[in-house]
Design a protein around this ligand. Structure first.
Ligand code: S3P
Length: 736
């Protein structure tokens, strides 16, 4: 038997007891509460096996101790635990703020002990006390753990499995970020609800008011019936982040007050619309199991061998590169830009959010439609806080170009994957135009951009074949005096050049050189975004390697600077037909029909590498199933994508029994031919959406189940991947 001790038998602690009792028979539960009546009730309801009057007795012999007392009692409970804890005992807590808990523990122990794993179940109810214990309180809810870097891995594992057993999904996060996020998503709403009810109850006629209060009041104030002592403690423990949240809210409310007083219908409408769209997006992300509050997402994909072909006709979501650019140029244009086919993925949403933070009104996305109220070339406003770019390298790098030309200072930050990516490739060439950009010591984000610099056009030879670098230069060049020319070592995707022309801005192109004069203006337009060939690629390979497949991908962008994947698969012998070629808003588009066909290994021509740069993870999967050897070289850029894509694929494919060797600039893959099957196993997606999807495709030709960890970043580029994959016949399951 394992021994669990729960200190504090209120709603949170008692619900854990109830949940464990309902789902496991190998846990013995000891409970401690200060009040005798609570202890008796917990025993009587069968929530605990033994009750104790002292913390010391309760924790003796425990494997795991959960501290679930109000925040105000943490200090005294911890000091007792530290005094009496036995060597093997792991301790966690359920406090709603995490930095204050860590501060308290450090004050008592000098440094964070490795056996302590701070936690926060994001679940609750306005009910409290042992009577409210609910065995399903944590089902489908999130628990955030904030272990320190020296935390013991087994301790973290034990606490994780404790919450998973109760039906929760567990994420890890930095304690400071936890507190900042929760201040806005939980603490501020509670404070607002308490205060609204307070204001109404001050009214002498409040009984009448409450009698007539309908759904709006009920929905908004449900949480004002929560435990006041608990919320007093939280308000004090997380005061810094909460104060920042209150200030932001007060500022917003004052603006709304002014708008209502001035009868500014347009302002009110746009504010409400923006909130409505954000709320809809939140619901749709939540429906897809995406939890935007956390930095690390725990979704796990499991795939089993496809028993029949991958078939049907699907349309994958809009092109990510074009979606970013539509928001950027639309914001800087004069007038109203309308977009259809917009990718509603987290990366493109990060770009929208950044421009909203700089005062641009952007309506949507709503079923792929976005309307951007352009503020003109010089209309951006200084953001009040650093702009958070999430996982999106494209947003951060292209934004550097735009921000280099602004009158205000700015700062760009990102998630843990983006925070490792190289930014000097942007800051150095931009400094040649006169920009002042500071990266962190290793050349990675955060990136600080000085405003008010005078940019002067010049000729820049970029070191890497990167459309992001070229695009950042072109965007900065809009603000530079005179002519800027950019020559790249090899052609890369040219969406920026095409779209600038679509907005009526002249760009001249001569081979690998693009030139532009600064100072002109962009004219708003309509943009129809084709489906992303990089997303289609997963299905092109899936259908090529699963016998009996016949799949059509409609409306796919086949810009010549993006079709490396088609050329490479063609050289490998894939059966892909390009149908119904057409031009949509300056970008070539077609339907792609792909049927199963045995593939052969090839030496991938190096000139195709930049034209298929995002497709190598899935090409490595195709090459593993091909007859003979595939050699990829000249692709060292893969090492600095969302993950080191060479290493991520070599590690995972080796686990799955493929013969692959990484090289500094590519890989050698000895394909197994038509009878090849990956072995089963567990692989890591390494916070990288394309690695997650590539391994999911590998699962279609496996002898045993393939489990892919850390897949939630799929939502950055392909939010409905799971749905479309299942629709075409992937036996794919998702768990939190
Ligand atoms: C992109 C360019 C590519 C690509 C990325 C999107 C763009 O990066 O990998 O997913 O939209 O410009 P590099 O230009 O750095 O190769």
């Amino acid at each position: 038997m394992r021994r669990l001790t729960v200190i504090g038998l209120g709603l949170i602690g008692a619900s854990c007891c109830a949940a464990i009792k309902k789902r496991a028979t190998d846990w013995m539960i000891s409970g401690y509460s200060r009040t005798e009546a609570t202890r008796q009730q917990a025993v009587a309801r069968g929530l605990i096996d033994h009750s104790f009057e002292s913390v010391a007795d309760a924790i003796a012999g425990a494997d795991l101790v959960l501290v679930a007392v109000p925040m105000g009692q943490f200090s005294s409970i911890f000091s007792e635990i530290f005094q009496y804890r036995e060597i093997q005992t792991v301790v966690t807590d359920a406090g709603s703020t995490k930095e204050s808990v860590i501060r308290e523990i450090v004050a008592q122990c000098e440094k964070m002990p490795e056996w302590f794993v701070p936690g926060h179940p994001i679940a609750g109810s306005e009910q409290n006390g042992v009577d409210a214990a609910d065995p399903d309180l944590y089902v489908d809810h999130q628990v955030i753990l904030t272990p320190c870097s020296r935390a013991n891995a087994d301790a973290v594992e034990l606490v994780t499995s404790f919450w998973v057993l109760q039906g929760a999904s567990v994420s890890k996060m930095d304690a400071k970020r936890h507190d900042e996020v929760l201040a806005l998503t939980s603490h501020l709403p509670h404070i607002l609800a308490f205060n609204l009810v307070h204001v109404l109850s001050d009214d002498n006629a409040h009984l009448d008011i409450f009698r007539f209060a309908a759904g709006g009041f009920r929905d908004f104030t449900r949480i004002a019936a929560s435990d006041p002592a608990m919320w007093r403690d939280i308000s004090l423990a997380n005061h810094q982040s909460i104060l920042a949240g209150i200030d932001r809210f007060v500022e917003r409310l004052e603006k709304m007050r002014e708008a209502i007083a001035d009868a500014d219908a347009e302002w009110i409408m746009s504010s409400f619309e923006r909130a409505r769209d954000a709320r809809r997006l939140f619901s749709s992300l939540a429906d897809q199991g995406v939890h935007p509050v956390t930095d690390s997402h725990p979704s796990v994909f499991t795939v089993t061998e496809a028993q029949k072909g991958i078939t049907g006709k699907i349309r994958v979501p809009g092109d990510k590169s074009i979606s970013h650019r539509s928001i950027m140029l639309g914001s800087l244009a004069d007038g109203l830009t309308t977009v259809e086919g917009f990718l509603e993925g987290e990366d493109a949403i990060a770009t929208i959010k950044a421009f909203r933070d700089m005062g641009v009104q952007i309506d949507g996305p709503n079923e792929g439609c976005v309307t951007i109220h352009g503020v003109g070339r010089d209309g951006l406003k200084a953001p009040i806080a650093p702009l958070y770019m999430g996982n999106s390298g494209t947003s951060m790098r292209l934004m550097c170009g735009i921000l280099a030309g602004q009158s205000f200072d700015s700062e760009l930050t990102g998630d843990s994957s983006l925070s490792r990516r190289p930014m000097r490739r942007i800051s150095e060439p931009l400094s040649r135009l006169g920009a002042e950009i500071e990266t962190s010591v290793g050349g990675s984000p955060p990136v600080k951009i000085k405003g008010g610099r005078t940019l002067k056009g010049c000729h820049i030879y970029t070191q890497v074949a990167s459309a992001q670098v070229k695009s950042a230069m072109l965007l900065a060049a809009l603000y530079a005096e005179g002519k800027t020319s950019i020559t790249e070592p090899a052609p890369t995707r040219d969406h920026t050049e095409r779209m600038l022309q679509g907005f009526g801005y002249e760009v001249t192109r001569d081979g690998v050189t693009a030139s532009i004069f600064g100072g002109s203006r962009l004219k708003a337009c309509h943009i129809n975004i084709p489906s992303d060939i990089s997303s289609a690629a997963f299905f092109l390979v899936a259908a090529s390697i699963v016998p009996g497949s016949d799949l059509t991908l409609s409306h796919v962008g086949i810009n010549p600077t993006r079709v490396g994947i088609l050329e490479i698969l063609n050289l490998m012998g894939a059966d892909i037909e390009i149908l119904n070629r057409r031009d949509v808003g300056g970008e070539p588009v077609a339907d792609l029909r792909v049927r199963y066909g045995p593939l052969k290994g090839i030496k991938v021509p190096e000139n195709l590498v930049p034209l298929a740069i995002d497709e190598f993870p899935i090409l490595f999967v195709a090459a593993s199933c091909a007859e003979g050897e595939t050699c990829v070289s000249g692709a060292e850029e893969l090492r600095v994508k969302e993950s080191d894509r060479i290493q991520s694929m070599v590690d995972g494919l080796s686990i799955l029994g493929a013969a692959i060797e990484g090289t500094p600039d590519g890989a050698l893959i000895h394909g197994g031919g038509i009878d090849f099957r990956f072995s089963g196993g567990t692989v890591e997606a390494c916070e990288d959406h394309r690695i997650a999807m590539a391994f999911s495709v590998a699962g279609l030709v496996c002898r045993e189940t393939i489990t892919v960890n850390d897949c939630a970043n799929v939502a950055t580029s392909f939010p409905n991947f799971v749905g479309l994959a299942r629709e075409t016949g992937f036996p794919l399951m998702v768990s939190p």
